[in-house]
Design a protein. Structure first.
Length: 302
């Protein structure tokens, strides 16, 4: 099937086969498309349904076997005489010493469950057969039914899921825009709340922004306007406490301040931990009620 769908270059590079599943490695230069996987699967299942009988020839001179077109498998060593296994001489003829079904129909269903890269120029197909394949397909159908049940009119399920993804993407953009506007407004408010510490400024606050990335951006924007500064923020993000510490790079050297060390110490108040770089670090925890203590400790620390 691989030869007919992908080409004769798709030769075996390794395998692990039992009565329930198989892992088959083969030479190929790129990821298989969904259409190629489906075509391979369909061809194998067609041959299985044809119930092709096993033909076994023992003690065949290896040269005779090769002249007949028998495929020699990767990594195998053969003697002067070999065993030839055939399931339709125009489809599958191999030199093999292993065990086989008496006819392809015994295999039952064949389902490819994974296709991946093993190494440069080597792909891997994983598949299940017989009752194992039936169980896999049943589970897939059950999951599909559970998704279908979420929609009131699931006639075109793929389109409805795609529409839902687009709607979610649009809503996410709206939320991001709202958070950005919220942070911009908060920046104007907080810029007037720095404490003057002589050669640097200090800002500590618990803020109501539900996005770690937006809080980080806010801190750096405030530092950019303030000059040398230490900024410590606490936030309740989806019920979890978070701490953010920013130290201007000049202060790391001149005052021996370290955001990573500071956030680890402050995180004890929220029953958590964290870390980062000397100029910026974050921490998470489990106790939201400890945020006030953490901010108070930060004021003393800096």
């Amino acid at each position: 099937a691989l030869h007919q769908i992908l080409g004769n270059h798709a030769t075996q590079r390794g395998q692990n086969v039992d009565e329930k599943r198989l892992r088959f490695d083969f030479s190929h230069f790129q990821k298989l498309s969904e259409e190629e996987v489906a075509a391979i699967e369909a061809m194998v299942n067609q041959r299985v349904r044809e119930n092709i009988p096993l033909e076994e020839d023992r003690n065949v001179p290896i040269q005779v076997a090769q002249e007949k077109g028998a495929m020699m498998l990767f990594g195998e060593k053969y003697g002067e005489e070999v065993r030839v296994i055939t399931f339709d001489k125009d489809f599958s003829m191999e030199l093999c010493g292993g065990t086989h079904v008496q006819a392809t129909g015994e295999i039952g269903n064949f389902k490819i469950v994974a296709e991946s890269a093993v190494a440069a120029g080597v792909r891997r197909i994983e598949a299940v057969t017989g009752p194992e394949a039936d169980a896999y397909l049943l589970k897939e159908l059950e999951e599909l039914d559970s998704v279908r049940a979420l929609f009131p009119n699931p006639k075109n399920l793929a389109k409805q899921v795609a529409d839902l993804q687009e709607e979610n993407k649009a809503l996410k953009k709206q939320v991001e825009q709202f958070i950005a506007e919220q942070a911009s407004g908060l920046q104007k408010t907080l810029s007037g709340k720095f404490e003057d510490k002589g050669d640097y400024k200090l800002l500590t606050s618990i803020i109501d922004i539900d996005d770690p990335g937006a809080i980080k951006t806010l801190a750096f924007n405030l530092e950019k306007d303030a000059g040398n500064a230490v900024i410590v923020f606490g936030a309740d993000i989806q019920g979890k406490p978070r701490l953010f510490v920013l130290v201007s790079k000049d202060l790391v050297g001149s005052h021996n301040f370290n955001a990573g060390n500071a956030v680890r110490e402050l995180a004890k108040n929220i029953k958590g931990g964290g870390g980062g770089q000397p100029f910026y670090a974050e921490a998470g925890g489990a106790d939201v009620s400890g945020l006030d203590k953490a901010i108070a400790q930060a004021r003393e620390m800096f």
